[in-house]
Design a protein around this ligand. Structure first.
Ligand code: DP6
Length: 366
């Protein structure tokens, strides 16, 4: 487990204009954080514009632990647009990347934010995560937020760009702000009101911590995009969820405003459970949580029962890894509980920063 403290906003690193050996190049490096939803986004009303069926709320994590770092460069000497993710070249001709770039360039033209010839220059992008990619740890959120943000800095864009990040991956729009963030689903057909905004800054609830329990660093079997499509098409429970979420958003906003952890935890756990219930109600069913995930759920409920109130809240995205929300004063006890019941059996693989992964012993928790 890794302890997370107060989240931060983006870090702007540099924007040099490089000219060496006759090569003209504009380059910029930025980092962006992961966010962890407490009211989940699951289901789209428009696929290409990435418009959600419901609003969602998340907390942005401290970039010291989980972050994406992206360098973007444009140059008249580049022959093609190219992208490397964690050192491996990936395709740039995907709908998401092309939509994101088109929106960014369009906005830049409207704002006349940079020299016009830049639009004919090709782009090179290098991005790396310091945590497992596509393992349900919101890597696409940080990744696309970082891509949108570094390009926006490069092209000198002004104003909110959360809707540009949204084109890459819905949850990415929430990583554009620190603290507690809401992504309003919006009602307009063109999606211009489907943007993220900060509900409360990171200073609002500094005692709130997050523990990430890495159950598996393997890529998920069903990506979120495909999973939510099946759910929207086939789950009748999903229709009920869409009716319920607006009230939950109000309740969650109020719990955060009052720093009412008991209520915050209840809503967080219920919403995570509902996400995974609609996944199971999909046909064919989608199951992201594993036996270890369910053991963690059980442990949290037993612990809260023992304490007579909610002291810890779990939440799971599209993967088996648990994210625990808790108050700072309870971190030490919960970490010792977790390591007692789920002792790491040694790192199985080194990540970029050497974050501990490792599986957990299943049979120790009844
Ligand atoms: C379970 O943002 O990855 O993490 O928009 O299709 O790229 P796309 O989906 P994505 O979905 C994330 C879903 C979630 C819940 C959440 O973060 O709200």
């Amino acid at each position: 487990p890794i302890v997370y403290s107060a989240p931060t906003d983006h870090t702007y690193i540099n924007l040099p204009s490089v000219m060496s050996q006759g090569v003209v190049m504009e380059t910029c490096t930025c980092t962006a954080p992961v966010n962890m939803a407490v009211i989940k986004y699951w289901g789209k009303r428009h696929k290409d514009l990435v418009l959600p069926l419901n609003s969602s709320i998340s907390a942005t994590l401290d970039q010291k632990q989980l972050r994406t770092k992206t360098t973007v460069a444009i140059s008249p000497s580049f022959e093609d647009d190219r992208l490397w993710l964690n050192g491996i070249e990936e395709r740039v001709d995907t709908v998401r990347i092309q939509n994101l770039l088109a929106e960014l360039r369009q906005r830049s033209i409207e704002q006349q934010s940079c020299p016009q010839e830049w639009f004919s220059w090709k782009l090179h992008v290098c991005s790396e995560n310091n945590f497992p990619t596509a393992a349900g740890l919101a890597s696409s959120a940080a990744g696309y937020a970082c891509l949108a943000f570094s390009l926006a800095v490069l092209y000198r864009l002004r104003g909110d760009i959360s809707d540009i990040a949204r084109r890459g991956s819905g949850s990415a729009c929430r990583s554009m702000y620190g603290g507690f963030v809401i992504w309003d689903k919006g009602t307009k057909a063109d999606g211009t009101d489907s943007i993220a905004r900060q509900l409360y800054p990171e200073t609002h609830w500094p005692e709130l911590h997050i523990l990430i329990l890495v159950v598996s660093d393997q890529k998920k079997h069903t990506c979120s995009t495909a999973g939510m499509e099946v759910t929207v098409e086939t789950s009748s429970l999903m229709k009920q969820r869409i009716r319920l979420v607006p009230d939950r958003i109000k309740e969650m906003t109020s719990a955060i405003e009052k720093r009412d952890f008991h209520k915050f935890a209840e809503l967080t756990m219920k919403d995570s459970n509902q996400l995974h219930a609609v996944c199971l109600d999909s046909y064919p069913p989608i199951s992201y949580m594993t036996d270890v995930s369910r053991q963690i759920v059980h442990m949290v409920h037993e612990y809260n029962k023992l304490k007579g109130q909610n002291k810890v809240a779990y939440t799971f995205d599209a993967g088996p890894n648990a994210c625990l929300y808790l108050i700072e004063e309870d971190v030490a006890e919960v970490v010792s509980l977790v390591t007692h019941f789920f002792p790491p059996i040694g790192p199985t693989e080194e990540f970029y920063t050497g974050l501990p992964t490792g599986s957990v012993a299943l049979d120790q928790f009844q």
